[in-house]
Design a protein around this ligand. Structure first.
Ligand SMILES: [Zn+2]
Length: 497
């Protein structure tokens, strides 16, 4: 069917299936519907990706074994510029443009090989984002790529969204990403800049865009950002979302909430914003925090702890509602590197029906982790995502049965389970892009794979990478600007006279 350029494209829909009768913020049941993607029942979670893929799991296995509705991606993962070729366009922007939204495979899906039924969420930065030593400016933020920090301008980000056509985009927000709260002066500027950027965003977004916008809600006090929120509500949000609007996708379709504690204020003051799906970008660190945020009315999550727990060799082991016949505090996960699982033929978690648990046993995963075989982390990722999928299924079921049953489950969950994940004792996989670097002065995460022969003293720290031969003097590096005479002096290759 040919698309009329002037017709607003079929916009994302969010149906609220069950909301508590009370007026304050509360847990709710809903369904997110995007043309061409599988419906996402909420509360639910999206997978956290690194450079567009779920760590350790190939796209075909994501389709087969991970029941995830969406993938969160960060543009900073894709746009590094090498110093030698600063003008080179990042490959992601060169994805063939023949893939149209109607084919179900927009460029971002094609480039990252994301299954067609899975929806994509694109944001400027990862969660949690590495704080930048350079501040943001009035028209750009500082992002962390694999070649270091670089500015990302509002216009470059917008054009990336236009080119890549994610299903959901999160506009740029002026965030500090620091542990400490910003001063009130800084907080006000955060709100002002984000406000300016959102005006620019909607000014330049077409109703025919195939991308839904989840507007950022800043991690600052409500009193600091109410003007910005009022603009979102009055100017850019349809009064009754879900009905066809002349704005099409040039409207707020959801909220990306960086601190869910602000939700009660939103519920009080903006009835139309309350009908939108809320995605928490606050990176809750335990299932207890996830449950608390659901009680506040969060619908969707991105959970970076899933990947870090798998990397540490831990298999998640919790359910919702929690088991009723328990004694003592149960751990949230099992450290599969522990020697005691060497001969354990049980599944990673009793009762789990995931691929890893139905085909393999603890002893095998323990062996893989000891041998540092990648399959170990792959099986853990499949299992840990499955545990989360059933955790959210259990939450939705209990909400279906009534608010009271859910609240009872939450109380019991906090009594039955430990408050933190066990610390895995195994060696982590080699650090990659998604294991972001922390502040300067930290020890190197990866041990050198090999060093100078006969040098037993590791502390010498000979930095050797696999691409460099081991010699005392570095090999001459050819200068790309060198001419024939220079090369002769540098002695690159043999000059035949
Ligand atoms: Zn399992």
């Amino acid at each position: 069917m040919a698309m009329d350029d002037n017709q607003p494209s079929e916009a994302m829909k969010f149906e609220l299936l069950k909301v508590a009768a009370k007026p304050e913020a509360a847990a709710r049941l809903g369904r997110l519907l995007l043309p061409g993607r599988q419906p996402v029942s909420t509360p639910n979670f999206f997978a956290m990706t690194s450079r567009g893929s779920v760590p350790h799991v190939t796209p075909d296995n994501v389709s087969k074994h991970l029941n995830i509705g969406g993938s969160y991606m960060a543009l900073e993962d894709f746009i590094e510029r090498s110093q030698a070729y600063a003008k080179r366009e990042p490959p992601i922007y060169q994805t063939p443009s023949s893939s149209t939204p109607s084919s179900g495979r927009p460029p971002l899906h094609s480039f990252t090989a994301t299954p067609p039924t899975t929806l994509t969420i694109l944001a400027p930065r990862r969660i949690p984002a590495v704080p930048s030593p350079m501040g943001n400016t009035n028209s750009s933020i500082s992002v962390y790529t694999s070649t270091g920090f670089q500015p990302l301008s509002t216009s470059e980000y917008r054009s990336a969204i236009q080119t890549l056509q994610p299903d959901i985009a999160i506009p740029m927000a002026d965030l500090t990403n620091a542990q400490i709260n910003p001063t009130s002066k800084r907080a006000l500027r955060m709100a002002e800049r984000t406000d300016e950027w959102i005006k620019e965003w909607f000014l330049l977004t077409k109703p025919t865009s195939s991308t839904a916008t989840f507007a950022p809600v800043l991690p600052i006090a409500y009193s600091m950002q109410w003007e910005y929120l009022e603009r979102l509500s009055e100017d850019y949000t349809p009064s009754s979302p879900g009905h066809p609007s002349p704005r099409g996708n040039n409207a707020v379709a959801g909220l990306a909430v960086y601190d869910p504690d602000i939700i009660p204020d939103l519920v009080n003051d903006y009835s139309n914003l309350s009908l939108l799906p809320r995605l928490s970008l606050s990176a809750p660190s335990t299932p207890h925090q996830v449950l608390r945020q659901i009680s506040l009315g969060v619908d969707l999550f991105v959970l970076p702890f899933t990947n870090t727990v798998s990397d540490s060799g831990v298999a998640l082991a919790f359910t919702f509602p929690p088991p009723s016949d328990t004694q003592g505090i149960l751990p949230l996960g099992v450290d599969m590197s522990d020697q005691k699982y060497q001969t354990d033929l049980g599944p990673l978690m009793d009762g789990c029906t995931c691929y890893a648990c139905s085909r393999h046993h603890r002893a095998y995963v323990h062996h893989l982790l000891s041998a540092r075989e990648m399959l170990g982390w792959t099986l853990l990722q499949i299992h840990n995502h499955a545990v989360l999928t059933s955790f959210f299924e259990g939450i939705r079921q209990s909400l279906q049965n009534g608010e009271e049953e859910f609240e009872k489950g939450v109380d019991r969950f906090s009594m039955v389970y430990d408050s933190e994940f066990p610390v895995g004792s195994g060696e982590r996989p080699r650090a990659r892009g998604y294991h972001f670097k922390s502040a300067g002065g930290d020890e190197k995460r990866n041990k050198p794979a090999w060093s100078k022969f006969g040098n037993n003293d590791d502390s010498e720290g000979v930095s050797v990478s696999s691409s460099q031969p081991v010699t005392d003097t570095p090999p001459p590096v050819p200068d790309p600007m060198a001419d024939g005479v220079d090369l002769e002096h540098q002695g690159l290759g043999k000059v035949v006279r």
